[in-house]
Design a protein around this ligand. Structure first.
Ligand code: F6P
Length: 535
């Protein structure tokens, strides 16, 4: 692989000064540097990737063994080597498959749990399951990380399809989060879902106990209005939640990949089991595409190769996710966990230090809001931020179609502006029109120059339906996987979150009044003293 990396580096140097816009002298560029999966189009023609670079990137994916690793993942091999686990979230969205782990078919269990989720969601939605005060009006999902971001992102994304109780999400251990969420809810008609794979996560368990206390003030048997999404059935029963309302999943479903199973229960209750099935179907369709489409037409592989080109070859340290879709407002946060917890690693599979930068910083906000906030830096700042636009051809508000047309115009204009920029000559003409002359004209013009040549991709789809959302989420999952394989890292563990948890546990007693340990560093001691003085 080293030779391919070396050739990619040389290629990057060779095209460094080439304007992306010049590549469009080839009238077939838009078609050649884009790919479709059904009615979804990924356009990566506004990047500096040309035929030779694409060839090299595909060689890189081949040399890294992406195809073999992909099959190993889908067939249940234990590719999460540091935890000795298979990686089978794809099984959750393909219930008719037959997949074995350690020689045991895991699919009957998947189907049973899915059927139980459906029954429970129907019961909550239809009034067969009620709270002490009557039908459930509100669902509060308490979880954090993968046990929160997926359903929170998807519930917002699919708001036009909600016909069940209202859904709320509490994740932060900050009392403000649960206090503000419960404020105004009726404990007698609220269902609390405690979502935690391990059922030990301190934030989630603290919030769950607070919710139980809140309910206990008004409800005779609060545990009867609780459900749990967890693999730890001993701990859920210790908490008092009846096994009939516990929905388990196996250790081969990583937290950040878990929206497809029980962690999707709040979403299922909000939109109904049929639409949740459509969401799963969308994910399964992307799986099928990822498994069989040649790399050149394979959306997840292409998105990964664009990512590798920008982050590992050109060295851009961040990438922006810019949904022109207000209902995808939580997608950047969701992708931050998916991408940065997966590929923010320092060592390769064999424990040796990674020689290239690994996963980039992922950030973003919906357009058009971002345009009035940080796009200044995207257009004229000194660092290049590759941008990933997402936009639907049509919205869900036909009566407000003019809003959507403006939204689309902005999305398309931004990718064009990033690529095209504005030359000094054009800027001078503008400044002249504005009345500037002589030296002042020159100075003013320079502030109006846009360097351009800033790369972006656009993912465009007809409408943000449950099936399309399923495809988008699975697309990004497989992109992360493909990048991880090329970088030779384990995308499925997350040891990097442990140290902070351990230290928080050791500091908690000090905040409860225990003496500040002498061996603590001076900064932490000073901060603790400040808290003690102001508590
Ligand atoms: O932050 C680490 C992590 O393990 C995530 O990977 C996971 O999504 C989150 O914590 C929540 O874990 P659990 O579902 O066990 O509460």
């Amino acid at each position: 692989m080293e030779e391919i990396w070396r050739r990619l580096d040389a290629k990057a140097r060779a095209v460094a000064e080439r304007p992306i816009a010049a590549l469009f002298e080839d009238p077939s560029r838009a078609g050649s540097f884009s790919a479709r999966m059904g009615d979804m189009l990924l356009d990566f023609s506004k990047t500096n990737i040309d035929a030779e670079a694409l060839e090299l990137l595909i060689d890189l994916a081949d040399a890294a063994g992406v195809a073999a690793c992909r099959e190993a993942m889908f067939s249940g091999e234990k590719i999460n080597e540091t935890e000795g686990r298979a990686v089978l979230h794809t099984a959750l969205r393909n219930p008719s498959a037959s997949i074995a782990v350690d020689g045991v078919d895991v699919m009957p269990g998947v189907r049973r749990t899915l059927a139980r989720m459906r029954d429970f969601a129907d019961a909550v939605r239809g009034g067969a399951f009620v709270g002490q005060g009557g039908p459930i009006t509100d669902v509060v999902n308490i979880g954090i990380g993968g046990s929160d971001l997926g359903p929170a992102m998807a519930c917002l994304a699919l708001a036009p399809y909600h016909d069940g109780p209202r859904c709320h999400f509490v994740s932060n251990v900050d009392a403000a989060h649960i206090a503000d969420t419960l404020n105004g809810l009726d404990p007698e008609t609220t269902l609390v879902i405690v979502a935690s794979k391990t059922f030990t996560t301190v934030e989630t368990m603290t919030n769950a106990r607070t919710a139980r206390d809140w309910m206990a003030g008004r409800v005779k048997d609060p545990a009867a209005q609780f459900a749990a999404l967890s693999s730890a059935t001993d701990r859920t029963s210790e908490f008092g939640i009846a096994p009939g309302r516990v929905f388990g999943f196996e250790d081969w479903v990583g937290g950040r990949y878990s929206i497809w199973g029980p962690i999707g229960l709040s979403l299922t209750i909000a939109i109904g089991p049929e639409r949740f099935d459509a969401f799963l179907g969308g994910g399964a369709a992307m799986d099928a595409h990822f498994r069989v489409a040649p790399f050149r037409q394979n959306l997840p592989v292409l998105l990964a190769l664009v990512g590798i080109w920008h982050a590992q070859v050109l060295g851009h340290a961040t990438r922006a996710v810019l949904p022109y879709d207000q209902r995808l407002a939580r997608l950047p946060a969701y992708l931050q966990q998916l991408e940065m917890e997966s590929n923010g690693k320092g060592v390769t599979m064999d424990g040796t230090p990674a020689t290239r930068p690994t996963g980039p910083v992922v950030w973003g906000e919906p357009g058009t809001n971002g345009q009035h906030a940080f796009y200044q830096l995207l257009h004229q700042g000194t660092q290049v931020v590759p941008c990933e636009f997402l936009v639907a051809a049509r919205g869900h508000e036909p009566q407000l179609a003019h809003h959507h047309r403006l939204l689309l115009a902005n999305a398309l204009a931004q990718s064009k502006a990033l690529m095209r920029g504005r030359s000094l000559e054009e800027a001078r003409a503008l400044a002249e029109t504005a009345g500037f002359r002589g030296k002042e004209l020159d100075r003013q013009a320079r502030h109006r120059v846009f360097p351009g040549n800033r790369p972006s991709t656009t993912l465009i789809y007809p409408q943000l339906t449950p099936a399309v959302l399923g495809r988008i989420v699975a697309l990004y999952e497989h992109r992360v996987f493909t990048e991880g394989v090329i970088l030779g890292i384990n995308s499925f563990d997350q040891w990097g979150v442990e140290l902070g948890k351990e230290l928080a546990t050791s500091l908690a007693p000090v905040l409860d009044g225990a003496p500040i340990p002498e061996e603590l560093d001076g900064s932490t001691r000073a901060l603790l003293r400040f808290v003690a003085e102001h508590d």
